[in-house]
Design a protein around this ligand. Structure first.
Ligand code: MG
Length: 228
């Protein structure tokens, strides 16, 4: 029997564990499909493979790949006793969270094994000798300030001109959620290297200024600065 194509409908039907809204997932799919023509995409925070599936579906259409990094031990808020703890993900032998088994099931079920390159590591260690330019980076790792800053510092420099930086869980109001992703978003904008695209729910999207518009962009920045 031939494996069914990993269509978006199948991804939606699977009901993969995760915190990604369907509309956000569709936007990730569109972005990765567009970006992947330039080079590989990279995700930080694979969890059980929900956003991975959307991103990989886009990469696959371009014959590209998705690197996805996760230590698979759950983030701070997913540990036993914490707000996002899920007992299904507890390894009964070790008493620790292990999301890799569920992640692998998702990828295999969708026939995405030849598109997805899982990296089981912290993002910082994976970044140490990284030198491959990336067409898209999706940051959806730990939300502690230090973890989030490291993800941004380690991976945003690898984004190609014209490529995308997407950041999940953007809450502009501290009453709605943690502020680390929103800080990253503004740091990237302040760097002058990115321009803002419309947000989709809590998904922030920035594009690294494409080479062909760098001069226009520089003049626009000069005008903005001189009017301050
Ligand atoms: Mg998230």
């Amino acid at each position: 029997m031939t494996r069914m194509e990993p269509t978006i409908d199948r991804i939606k039907a699977l009901d993969i564990k995760g915190f990604l809204d369907e509309e956000e997932g569709m936007r990730l799919y569109d972005l990765s499909r567009e970006a992947a023509a330039l080079g590989p995409c990279l995700e930080i925070g694979s969890y059980c493979g929900k956003s991975t599936a959307y991103l990989a579906a886009g990469c696959r259409e371009r014959g590209s790949v998705l690197f996805t990094i996760d230590h698979h031990q759950g983030s701070e808020e997913q540990q036993p006793g914490e707000e996002y703890f899920d007992p299904d993900l507890l390894d009964s032998e070790t008493g620790r969270i292990d999301t890799f088994r569920s992640f692998r099931e998702t990828i295999e079920m969708l026939g995405l094994s030849n598109t997805v390159v899982p990296i089981v590591s912290t993002s910082e260690v994976a970044a140490r000798f990284w030198s491959t330019p990336l067409s898209m980076v999706f940051i959806d790792g730990g939300h502690a300030m230090e973890t989030a800053f490291l993800d941004y510092a380690c991976w945003s420099p690898h984004i190609l001109p014209g490529g995308y930086l997407a950041i999940h869980d953007i809450f502009t109001d501290p009453a709605e959620g943690g502020q680390a992703p929103w800080y990253l978003y503004r740091m990237a904008l302040d760097s002058g290297l990115f321009r803002e695209l419309p947000r989709v729910k809590t998904l922030g999207i920035l594009q690294r200024i494409p080479l062909h518009s760098l001069v226009d962009y520089a003049f626009a920045m000069r005008d903005k600065l001189s009017s301050k």
